[in-house]
Design a protein around this ligand. Structure first.
Ligand code: 5AD
Ligand code: SF4
Length: 446
């Protein structure tokens, strides 16, 4: 078979990282091998994100950069949430794009490529106009091969897709569609294959992963807690994580899994977005600050060493200085080991974008600065507590410098170590020597 070169660039969340892997899997039998640069690729896929305006502008500028390499042979595809939300707009602004597809139709990629080739023969226009942004009745999960050609020590596994929460700032319910949970047996089969191919850690991913309510092998409905208990029986699986979660879906069984299932790591990314009940209500988050703090307290009784992370939005419409101060005091109360914080970005088609009293950009920037100063101090002091300790580190990424490998502690801290390539993919004991706000440095002791 003729060898063809495939370049995929992934933007945004872990669900996209997972989806990019599966697209590579489905294209492999057609002769596509992954390559590192777009220059001489036969197929270029940009797997995009629509969450904030910045992510979107980046895609248009990357498209402009790829354009000079685009010849008659190259097929250029825009996949992901931006494809879903703005298919026609992409074809208008970048008419040399051949295929636009949404996240639900990756299993139809081979067919779309064939269509693009056929229309090329006929018209030789700048782009070949293949648009597929349906929400098909069949699930993409049932139609994608699970050959996982690129499995590292730490792998992502999508167990859930979509979101029914409709937070008023968020495009996800529109781009990823309604919530869908995969059956536990299919997840177990995929997890087994990942472990057979060298994965030691699996992160279960989904837009609203703890809303998981899939079918158990005996035909009942299972939540995420039960699913993780089931997966923990898998030989070779040392670590389990999940993201991203919603505070409303932190049920008792899931919290107990943090106490009872040793493979579930002592780390949780649980976005709160704001500490003000008034803003949480306007965001349609369907919970109060107290509910969030109660969850954290319970998790800490079950797993005292649990490290916490969150997403924050500042400058949501109507946010006053007083509301913002409530976010700062919630942060003080919880104490985060890491976090992501953003200025509110009004997204077309979401209720937030139409709300009165949008906050001016300079106020958003000023609040973001204050919030990030506080968060960075917390991150640093969390990491500093590791200095002098010996911690198990799963070496899962190559560093930029020779001899440098990166790994993760159970608390999801990145650790740099100097070592030899044979240790890649193993879990080693590391004594931590240095801490910064984002990472640790240490030496292997065993
Ligand atoms: N503006 C800013 N941040 C947003 N997020 C989602 N939508 C927006 C938006 N319109 C953030 C939220 C979410 C994370 C993935 O991105 O904090 O948890
Ligand atoms: Fe977006 Fe809210 Fe759903 Fe998260 S829970 S994906 S923020 S709508």
């Amino acid at each position: 078979m003729l060898q063809k070169r495939l370049y995929i660039k992934t933007y945004g969340c872990q669900a996209n990282v997972y989806d990019s892997g599966r697209m590579a899997d489905i294209l492999k039998p057609l002769g596509y091998e992954l390559t590192e640069t777009p220059e001489h690729a036969d197929l270029v896929i940009l797997n995009t994100c629509h969450i904030r305006e910045k992510a979107e502008e980046k895609v248009y500028s990357d498209l402009g950069r790829i354009r000079p390499y685009k010849d008659d042979k190259m097929i250029l595809a825009v996949a992901g949430c931006m494809g879903q939300a703005e298919g026609a707009e992409i074809m208008r602004r970048a008419p040399y794009v051949d295929i636009v597809l949404g996240p639900q139709t990756y299993h139809r990629l081979p067919e779309m490529i064939a269509r693009a080739h056929r229309s090329q023969d006929k018209e030789k226009g700048p782009g070949r106009g293949v648009l597929d942004v349906e929400f098909p009745v069949e699930s993409k999960f049932d139609h994608l091969p699970e050959n996982h050609t690129h499995v590292g020590p730490s792998a992502f596994l999508a167990i859930q897709e979509g979101c029914d929460k409709f937070c008023t700032f968020c495009v996800v319910p529109y781009t990823r569609g309604a919530e869908y949970s995969r059956p536990a047996r299919a997840i177990m089969e995929e997890a087994t294959r990942l472990c057979e191919r060298g994965a030691k850690e699996i992160t279960l991913v989904g837009q609203n992963v703890n809303a998981y309510h899939g079918e158990s092998p005996a035909g009942q409905e299972w939540g995420l807690g039960k699913l993780m208990e089931y997966l923990a029986s898998l030989k070779g699986l040392e670590r389990l994580r999940y993201m991203t979660s919603h505070p409303r879906d932190m049920d008792e069984e899931l919290m107990e899994a943090h106490r009872d299932v040793p493979q579930v790591m002592p780390f949780l990314h649980l976005p709160v977005q704001s500490g003000s009940d008034r803003i949480l209500e306007a965001m349609n988050r369907k919970h109060t600050a107290k509910h969030y703090l109660d969850c954290i307290e319970k998790l800490r009784t079950y797993r005292p060493d649990i490290a916490l992370s969150s997403d924050f939005i500042v400058g949501f419409p109507g946010e006053t200085e007083e509301d913002f101060k409530k976010t700062l005091s919630l942060v003080q109360e919880v104490g985060y080991s890491q976090s992501y914080s953003f200025k509110y970005s009004p997204r077309p088609g979401t209720p937030g974008a139409l709300m009165d009293d949008q906050v001016p950009d300079d106020i958003k920037a000023e609040r973001l600065g204050r919030l990030q100063d506080l968060l960075n101090t917390q991150h640093l002091s969390f990491h500093e507590k590791s200095v002098g300790k010996t911690v198990p580190v799963l070496l899962d990424r190559q560093g930029k410098q020779d001899g440098q490998i990166l790994g993760k502690t159970p608390h999801f801290q990145s650790v740099y170590v100097e070592t030899t390539p044979e240790l890649f993919g193993t879990c080693v004991d590391v004594i931590i020597e240095k801490a910064s706000a984002n990472s640790l440095t240490g030496t292997i002791v065993s």
